[in-house]
Design a protein around this ligand. Structure first.
Ligand code: HEM
Length: 126
């Protein structure tokens, strides 16, 4: 059943499915493999899942559980392009619809879209 509220349990499932999809995508997987490797069970990935759960929990519920800088790691990775962000957003849109009601999925997507735009501005991507 699609979730109509966000909690740690459904976020944990959504985040894990998202990165499984990402690692299957040739446009986007090199960035993640370079940073975290290709073993989704590894310690590095487990830490990443937890960080992303906190991040989305904060964005979607307002709980102050994420206190890091989301932008920083993107500044120093291999060059990102508009197409990379577009593909990331496409996959994200797909995954949120697998777990959440259309209304909630739309809210997730809007937040991600706004942040993508900000990231692109900071990174000076045309
Ligand atoms: C162009 C598409 C993107 C790529 C290739 C990408 C790639 C990555 C990678 C490889 C990491 C892990 C870095 C590390 O731990 O060394 C990361 C972290 C992260 N990404 Fe992205 N990302 C993208 C877009 C986004 C967007 C649009 C958002 C927000 C909506 C986002 C949110 C985050 C957050 C919150 C972290 C964790 C930051 C922390 O360490 O606290 N990313 N990203």
């Amino acid at each position: 059943m699609l979730a109509s509220e966000v909690n740690r349990d459904n976020l944990s499932k959504m985040v894990r499915t998202f990165y499984k999809m990402i690692l299957e995508d040739k446009t986007i997987n090199p960035y993640f493999i370079m940073a975290l490797g290709n073993d989704l069970q590894s310690q590095e990935w487990q830490e990443h899942y937890k960080i992303l759960e906190d991040f989305w929990l904060m964005l979607m519920t307002g709980k102050k559980v994420y206190t890091r800088d989301a932008f920083e790691p993107h500044e120093n990775m291999a060059e990102l392009y508009r197409e990379t962000f577009e593909r990331w957003l496409e996959l994200f849109n797909e995954v949120v619809h697998l777990y959440y009601t259309p209304k909630l999925a739309k809210k997730f997507y809007k937040r991600a879209e706004v942040l993508s735009c900000k990231f692109m501005q900071w990174l000076e991507i045309e």
